[in-house]
Design a protein around this ligand. Structure first.
Ligand code: CO8
Length: 258
């Protein structure tokens, strides 16, 4: 395990595990956290032994939002000039799937970080919310955009305008998360999902992620055309030959990341 200033990183069974590690402030997302998470995501992207990534926090908090003490006295010119959260945009360039394993609070930037991952799983005690309105601000790391796409306008407006927090069950019903685990199992559950992803043909996994993400950017016709090309492209990978031959030979396929 490697300890950075605000996070820890380890590789378990071809899964890169990033753990936010600022327990005293419920993993508040300081500018340093953003820099370290994005730096490590890029490292894991380059690591051929890693096929998928999990981001988690502590049992009490995934992350309770951007670090309020760091922002409180900033002016518009400071925020505009430093644009300290724009670095999170770089996470979008990661081709390997990223799973959020959420326990406890996922509020503000913490909820936005979970939404920025490819999918999120949560413990029964998880709480999701975008309470920025209570601080006199609005979400700024994609919350108004990604939450709306994930759960639809009614619940997104309700959460963003009232600051209401929802529990894991409501998050599941609304499509914000894909699975609920007992609290003690959420990290192993997320790692197991990521380990399964990492066992498949790496290029096909990356193309599948790209194709799903394009559904949020394109018309249906453009998206279907894009998907068809990516599907056809999988036939240029070793993994397609291996996967289909293994099926016909009634054996387990041996996939690689490249
Ligand atoms: N920032 C800094 N410190 C925090 C944060 C935070 N977001 N959240 C909690 N802490 C600190 C508390 O100040 C406290 O510190 P101390 O022990 O020194 O007093 C410690 O963590 C423990 O917190 P509490 O004592 O409050 O614990 P409780 O169990 O009573 O309450 C809550 C837990 C409900 C999670 C509560 O801490 C809370 O409401 N936190 C703030 C939640 C919030 O408002 N989050 C949104 C922040 S704004 C944001 O995320 C904007 C993102 C977009 C920015 C884009 C800019 C371009």
């Amino acid at each position: 395990m490697r300890n950075l200033q605000t996070i820890t990183v380890e590789v378990i069974d071809r899964v890169g595990l990033i753990t936010l590690n600022r327990p005293k402030v419920l993993n508040a997302l300081s500018a340093r956290v953003a820099v370290e998470v994005v730096e490590v995501l890029k490292e894991l992207e380059e690591n051929a032994d890693v096929g998928a990534i999990v981001i988690t926090g502590s049992s009490r908090a995934f992350a309770a939002g951007a670090d309020i003490s760091e922002m409180a006295e900033k002016t518009f010119v400071d925020m505009y000039g430093d644009d300290m959260f724009s670095i999170w945009d770089e996470a979008r360039t990661i081709k390997k799937p990223i799973v959020a394993a959420v326990s406890g609070f996922a509020l503000g930037g913490g909820c936005e970080l979970a939404l920025l991952c490819d999918f999120a799983v949560a413990a029964e005690d998880a709480k999701f919310g975008l309470p920025e309105i209570k601080l006199g601000i609005i979400p700024g790391i994609g919350g108004t955009q990604r939450l709306t796409r994930a759960v639809g306008k009614a619940l997104a407006m309700d959460m963003i305008l009232t600051g209401r927090t929802i529990d894991a069950r409501e998050a599941m019903q609304s499509g914000l998360i894909s699975r609920i685990f007992p609290s003690s199992d959420v990290i192993t559950g997320a790692i197991e999902a990521a380990r399964i992803i990492a066992s498949y043909n790496g290029p096909a996994v990356a193309l599948a992620k790209e194709s799903v993400n394009s559904a949020f950017e394109t018309t249906l016709s453009q998206g279907l055309r894009h998907e068809r090309r990516l599907f056809q492209a999988t036939f240029a990978t070793e993994g397609q030959k291996e996967g289909m031959r293994a099926f016909l030979e009634k054996r387990s396929p041996q996939f690689t990341q490249r």
